[in-house]
Each structure stands twice: as C-alpha cells, then as structure tokens.
Design a protein around this ligand. Structure first.
Ligand code: SF4
Ligand code: SF4
Length: 149
C-alpha cells in the first residue's frame, strides 16, 4: 500500500487493498436499520446482521455477503455520495468529506484493537440478528438519525 494513501489519493484512485484497509472495523454499518417512509430518518438497532462476527466486528462471509444478505450495501467509490447513513466516524465518509482519519484508526495508530477499546465499534453492545425474534426488533432501537445527520 502507498504511504498515507488516504491523504494523497481520492477514493476512486485507491487500489483494492487500500480500499479494504480503509475500513476501521467498527461494524457500525452492519447494524440493522429501519427507515421512516415519510421523513427518511433512520432508526438504528443494537442488532447486528446475522453474518457479523461480533467479537471481531468483521463479516464472517465477506466474499459471499451480497448473495447471503441481499440488504448488504456494497460500499464503492462510485456510490459514496449515497452513503449518508454511514456513521460520521466511518473512514470512508471521513475521506469523502475531506476529514482526517481518527487517531484510533488502525492505519494511524497501528493497533486494530483501539477502535474497540475506544468504544467506537459495536463489539461491546451489539447482539446478533440470529438471537432476536422478528417481533422484538423494535425493542432494540438505540438511535434515530436524520438521514443527513
Ligand atoms: S462504518 Fe465504515 S469503517 Fe465502520 S465497518 Fe462500516 S465501512 Fe468500515
Ligand atoms: S453481510 Fe457482512 S458486510 Fe454485509 S451487513 Fe452483514 S455482516 Fe456486514
């Protein structure tokens, strides 16, 4: 990977390896969400996609994720403008908005555990979709986010 590539190149100029390395491993984008049809606001649940390994906050079947979870939104440089629902902490959103990566990002601190220790990741609170019955999902709403928030 090129030195400090996230500061020197646009998202669409990144190699596949650099693109993947940009993910901080927080798992926040793998939390379930409901969208209000009228306002567009998002209700974020403390329930993670059934494929998220909550311990590592990584997808347990990344190569086949879209075949197995049709709602899984594939992040690409071409679609970044659509992804306003990503958390403000997300490295892709930061770079797209011209912001710096956080000090806890693995590319900055060299420590892939810091995102968890700092409480940025979902490791400490998320439960798996496998363990929550459909009728109880609404009980797990943890935040309502305006779509531009
Ligand atoms: S929110 Fe962004 S940085 Fe966090 S896991 Fe998802 S894509 Fe990676
Ligand atoms: S399929 Fe994998 S990448 Fe997609 S939302 Fe689920 S855990 Fe996240």
């Amino acid at each position: 990977m090129r030195e400090r590539f996230w500061e020197r190149f646009d998202l669409e100029e990144l190699t596949t390896e650099e693109w993947e390395a940009l993910c901080d491993g927080c798992g926040q984008c793998c939390l379930l969400k409901f969208q209000d049809d009228d306002s567009g606001d998002l209700a974020v649940l403390g329930v993670a996609c059934e494929l998220l390994d909550i311990g590592s906050c990584r997808c347990s079947d990344y190569p086949n994720r879209q075949a197995r979870v049709p709602d899984c939104a594939q992040l690409t440089p071409q679609r970044i403008e659509e992804f306003r629902w990503l958390p403000k902490s997300c490295a892709y959103r930061r770079v797209a908005e011209g912001r710096r990566l956080a000090g806890w990002h693995p590319l900055i601190c060299g420590d892939s555990e810091r995102v968890h220790r700092k409480g940025i990741s979902v490791r400490s609170f998320a439960v798996s979709r496998r363990d929550v019955p459909e009728e109880e999902l609404e009980d797990y709403i943890i935040a309502i986010l305006p779509i531009d928030g």
